[in-house]
Design a binder for this molecule. Structure first.
Ligand SMILES: Cc1cc2nc3c(=O)[nH]c(=O)nc-3n(C[C@H](O)[C@H](O)[C@H](O)COP(=O)(O)OP(=O)(O)OC[C@H]3O[C@@H](n4cnc5c(N)ncnc54)[C@H](O)[C@@H]3O)c2cc1C
Length: 438
């Protein structure tokens, strides 16, 4: 028998469990730990609440979760409730699938001013992640600045721009819905250091901006390269840039209340304000060919955007865990193709950093199971599940099982406002209570 502990119940964790079941069938036992009482990582707390079809992937994980050989062990934080060394004593392999939950810092003066947030906290706020539910961003100024040119920046801009009616059918949490209803934000500036050809925004997400009821995207035609140059782009990028061209051609659309302005060649230099953000100082850039692609260099020309809210969507890093080697530069665990050392592995964002879609984590999970198979053979008679259960009992840890999560799930569905799929619990205690553990 092989005993495997997977730390993290997001896509990477569940794909690894799925691969372990395929590899070993009945001769493996997998425990999937999560610090939260609810599973599925960023599917629940990252993927936008108005993108329900994407969240539907969790049903696939449910199939894995409900097999006898896999357990969800929620409400247990590795590195706090149980150490990695302890898990390694109990399981033949420990796989860290902990994602990359921390915002990368901008490294700018003023970034610690109130109402300047990273996307992990802002997205966590509107998605009801218990760590960020109390964020309480002020949406009282007419301008918000969103820094970054990837899909997360698009999510954030879209959520800020939508009307209440457009959240019908979403699982945006009640506190965010109420705050957005009262929001005064009418201009959302999306800053990108480079130009339209360098965006990391996918066509579907970009195209959505053209269909918002009270908001409209604006692109300065002067920022677009000559159309003939689009031929050098890959098809997806070409489609995305095509959307930007359409936005530019449509003009400023004066009939809409909210403008989503793409500000290309714009590098934030400082966040200014007295007790709270009031302005963002930006330097104009130009592109220069560098050894690793096109990079933005400052032109010396600066300008200021008056703004009451700043959200940096510039990437994430993995949380460090005591005793696990960390790659500071990459912001992830130090590893070689997922192997930290025999017996200890990482997958998903904890291995690669914050890149790729949900599906990208699947091959990761399968590849790591091959490595584990090479390292652990038939297993070495470790204690596995009963060993962990004894430890948890001795420490008074309230483990949340998958069947407990199903009770939380049912309660959330029952609490849904009309037309919504669920109303999430946003406090750990409420989740644990709904699981019947208190
Ligand atoms: C805002 C946002 C929107 C996105 N939207 C999309 C989209 O629309 N489509 C798409 O394909 N991809 C999207 N992605 C990317 C996708 O979410 C990731 O590819 C995927 O979630 C990464 O999976 P993961 O398992 O590595 O990490 P995560 O999903 O982050 O899961 C990590 C899990 O580990 C747990 N954990 C962390 N530390 C510990 C610990 N010490 N002990 C126990 N448990 C721990 C966490 O609670 C979490 O459940 C989005 C990402 C973000 C940030």
């Amino acid at each position: 028998m092989r005993h495997i502990a997977i730390v993290g119940s997001g896509p990477a964790g569940y794909y690894t469990a799925e691969a372990a079941l395929k590899q070993w069938g009945d001769s493996v036992r997998v425990d999937i730990f999560d610090t939260l009482p609810v599973p599925f990582g960023l599917i629940r707390s990252g993927v936008a609440p108005d993108h329900q079809s994407i969240k539907g992937v969790s049903r696939r994980y449910e199939t894995t979760a409900l097999t006898d050989n896999v357990r969800f062990v929620g409400n247990v934080m590795a590195g706090r409730d149980v150490s990695i060394a302890e898990l390694q004593d109990l399981y033949d392999a420990v796989v860290l699938a902990t994602g990359a939950p921390n915002d990368r810092k901008l490294g700018l003066p003023g970034e610690d001013l109130p109402n300047v947030f990273g996307s992990a906290s802002f997205v966590g706020w509107y998605n009801g992640h218990p760590h960020f539910a109390g964020l309480d961003p002020a949406l009282s100024h007419d301008t918000a600045v969103v820094i970054g040119n990837g899909n997360v920046a698009l999510d954030v801009a879209r959520i800020l721009a939508k009307s209440q009616e457009e959240f019908a059918g979403s699982d945006i949490v009640a506190h965010a819905l109420a705050a957005l209803d009262a929001s005064q934000v009418r201009r959302i500036a999306i800053l990108g250091r480079r130009g339209p050809h360098q965006i990391a925004m996918t066509p579907k997400e970009l195209g959505e901006l053209a269909h918002l009821s009270r908001a409209c995207p604006r692109v300065d035609p002067a920022d677009l390269p000559d159309e003939a140059e689009d031929a050098a782009l890959d098809p997806g990028q070409r489609k995305s840039v095509g959307h930007l061209r359409t936005f530019a051609a449509a003009g400023p659309c004066a009939d809409r209340d909210v403008a989503i302005e793409f500000d290309f060649f714009a590098s934030p230099r400082a966040i200014l304000g007295n007790g709270r953000v009031e302005e963002v100082e930006v330097e104009r850039t130009r592109l220069e060919a560098g050894p690793s692609g096109v990079r933005a260099v400052g032109t010396g020309e600066t300008y200021r955007i008056p703004a009451g809210l700043v959200i940096a969507c510039i990437g994430y890093q993995t949380s460090q865990i005591p005793g696990v080697p960390f790659d500071e530069k990459g912001g992830r665990f130090a590893n070689e193709d997922g192997r930290i050392h025999p017996g200890l592995y990482c997958v998903g964002w904890a291995r690669r950093g914050p890149t790729g879609t949900i599906g990208t984590n699947r091959p990761d999970g399968f590849a790591i199971v091959e490595k584990i198979a090479e390292d652990i053979g038939e297993g070495s008679g470790k204690a596995g599940r009963p060993g962990f259960d004894a430890l948890a009992e001795s420490r008074g840890i309230h483990v949340i099982k998958f069947t407990d999560w199903q009770k939380i799930d049912e309660a959330e569905i029952a609490n849904a406002r009309k037309g919504a799929p669920r109303e999430k619990f946003v406090a750990m205690e409420r989740m644990i209570e709904a699981a019947g553990k208190n």
